[in-house]
Each structure stands twice: as structure tokens, then as C-alpha cells.
Design a protein around this ligand. Structure first.
Ligand code: AMP
Ligand code: ZN
Length: 112
């Protein structure tokens, strides 16, 4: 499958890694939208949050546990945002499940 984030997870395309284990990878977004902007992805290919089901949902818990640790390690005491875009209306450009973690500035709500 020709998937950018599968290739990053496999190490075939370089990334700036923040955290890695056997199931997930966290790396810096190449075009950061905030002073702190990382992407948390499962190594397993999942198209988007619309494809989460009882067989693969444990990865989401693991990703959020890891996000909390990353927040603590990086001193994100002012808060942060985790967002996942789904499909065309959601603004998803890479069709491999990923969670944006943004911090370091006040983030507008609601998003545009
Ligand atoms: P989305 O638009 O929600 O699908 O998010 C895709 C994100 O991937 C964007 O924020 C891009 O800046 C980011 N991105 C695209 N290519 C790369 C790459 N090679 N390394 C790191 N981040 C990337
Ligand atoms: Zn993929």
C-alpha cells in the first residue's frame, strides 16, 4: 500500500521521532501549526477514526496514555489539544489514522 505514514512507521521515510514503541510512533509534524506539534500514529494501518472498532480500539487508549506522558515530559502545563481529522470535510490529507497534538499557544475554538 502506498501510504506515507506506513512508510514513516517502517523507517522508509525519515521523521523526527519523539516516541516509539512496538505499536505506535510519535513524530514532529513537518509543517507545524503551533510551537509544539506532533503526530501520534499506530504502526498498523488504519484509514481514519471512522475505522475504529472493537478489534483495534485499544490502540487509541495507548495513544492517549502516551500523549499524557509526552505532555508531562515536555512541560505542556498551559494545556494542549488533540485532534484527528476524518475524511474530506474533516480536512484529512493523509489517509492513515493520526492524532495531532498541539500546544505552545492559545488555540482558537471552534476551529475554522
Ligand atoms: P491531516 O491534514 O489531518 O491529514 O494531517 C496530516 C499532517 O501530516 C499535516 O499536518 C502535515 O503537515 C503532516 N505531514 C505530511 N507529510 C509529513 C511528513 N513527511 N512528516 C511529518 N509530517 C507530515
Ligand atoms: Zn498507512
Amino acid at each position: 500500500m502506498d501510504c506515507l505514514f506506513c512508510k514513516i512507521a517502517a523507517g522508509e521515510i525519515p521523521s523526527t521521532k519523539v516516541y516509539e514503541d512496538d505499536r505506535i510512533l510519535v513524530f514532529k509534524d513537518i509543517d507545524p501549526k503551533a510551537p509544539f506539534h506532533v503526530l501520534l500514529i499506530p504502526k498498523e494501518h488504519i484509514d481514519s477514526a471512522a475505522k475504529i472498532d472493537e478489534n483495534n480500539s485499544s490502540i487509541v487508549a495507548h495513544i492517549f496514555e502516551t500523549a499524557a506522558k509526552i505532555a508531562a515530559e515536555n512541560g505542556l502545563d498551559g494545556g494542549f489539544r488533540i485532534v484527528t481529522n476524518v475524511g474530506e470535510d474533516g480536512g484529512q490529507t493523509v489517509k492513515h489514522l493520526h492524532f495531532h497534538m498541539l500546544a505552545g499557544r492559545s488555540l482558537a475554538w471552534p476551529p475554522g
